[in-house]
Ligand binder design. Structure first.
Ligand SMILES: [Zn+2]
Length: 321
């Protein structure tokens, strides 16, 4: 059995594991904060250190390559990350720097593509042909897997579902556009919408969860209060589900997938989010499309990107995974 090192480079954390080619196990799963402000060289050194630690734990195995998931935009053919605002990288030859340091062939893809590919390979969307997914955390990433392959588009930009416009004159997004899904449904956006409501007088116990310091309200705090029955927090979760539902209905109408998988912190909201999300998609999308589409939370919590990055290397090198 061959093994591939899966490397998931996030804005907050780097996660690495050594994955069996049949996906049956991940050895040496290790993680550290990215600390992007220390600069590209320090981050690359940290990635290499983690990869070596993971490989050391899998040292009796036949390790043949590395797959890397990175924020983008990036070029999958040259292995260069073109621009990552969160990490501060510009034209960074990430694939080759890691390949040279590890003395292994490597493949690079977008981090969200990898996460959704991982969920297709070994997670919630296993066994289906077409899956589209969202990763909701600090930002909103997306991935499209059609016929068992990541769809990249003409210049590797396909799948930026977080930057789908859902409100033409809406909230300003970090990408510079107005009204992107990310500007409403990312973790920080959910928290910001909740805080705005409180500042305009909404009745809620939310401030008590953060000792009155509204700047400490996160999406997680909103979910916690919703689970405790706070009506305003519940309304915020339901509003989020409606906004997400508009985005997911667009996806369902365009791609007609069997599964839409939703990954990341937002899944902590559970049925309080997924219930109204499914209703909203049903209300908006064409019946023959939503009838065959399951909207599921991701199941590879924290490791989808590791599985997916390894699978990207396998598919690109062997034509299958
Ligand atoms: Zn945007």
């Amino acid at each position: 059995m061959r093994y591939v090192v899966g490397i998931d480079v996030g804005g907050t954390n780097i996660v690495v594991g050594t994955v069996a080619e049949d996906g049956s196990e991940v050895l040496g799963l290790v993680s550290e904060p990215t600390i992007a402000e220390q600069g590209a060289d320090a981050v690359v050194a940290r990635i290499v250190k983690l990869a070596r630690a993971s490989m050391a734990e899998a040292r009796r195995k036949d390790i043949v390559g590395a797959g890397i998931g990175s924020p983008g935009p990036l070029n999958t053919k040259t292995g260069v990350v073109i621009l990552t605002p969160n990490l501060g990288w510009v034209n960074m030859p990430l694939r080759d720097r890691i390949a040279d340091a590890l003395k292994l062939p490597a493949a690079l893809d977008n981090d969200a593509n990898c996460a959704i590919f991982g969920e297709w390979w070994r997670g919630a969307a296993r066994g289906v042909k077409h899956v589209v997914g969202l990763t909701i955390g600090t930002g909103v990433g997306g991935g499209i897997v059609l016929g068992g392959e990541i769809y990249h588009g003409a210049s590797d930009v396909a799948g930026e579902i977080g930057h789908m416009t859902i409100e033409a004159n809406g909230r300003r997004c970090k990408c510079g556009n107005d009204g992107c899904l990310e500007a409403y449904a990312s973790g920080p956006a959910i928290a910001a919408r909740a805080v705005e409501g409180i500042e305009s007088g909404a009745e809620t116990a939310l401030p008590q969860y953060v000792a009155g310091d509204l700047s400490r309200i996160t999406a997680q705090v909103v979910y916690e209060a919703a689970h405790d029955g706070d009506a305003y927090a519940l309304e915020t979760v339901r509003d989020t589900a409606k906004l997400l539902g508009a985005g997911v209905a667009n996806i369902v109408n365009i791609f007609n997938p069997e599964v839409v998988v939703i990954c990341g912190g937002v899944t902590l909201a559970g049925e309080k989010l997924f219930g109204p999300l499914r209703s909203e998609v049903q209300r908006r999308a064409f019946k023959p499309a939503w009838e065959v589409c399951r909207i599921l939370p991701g199941t590879l919590t924290g490791t989808a990107g590791v599985y997916g990055a390894a699978a990207v290397f396998m598919q690109r090198t062997w034509g299958t995974c």
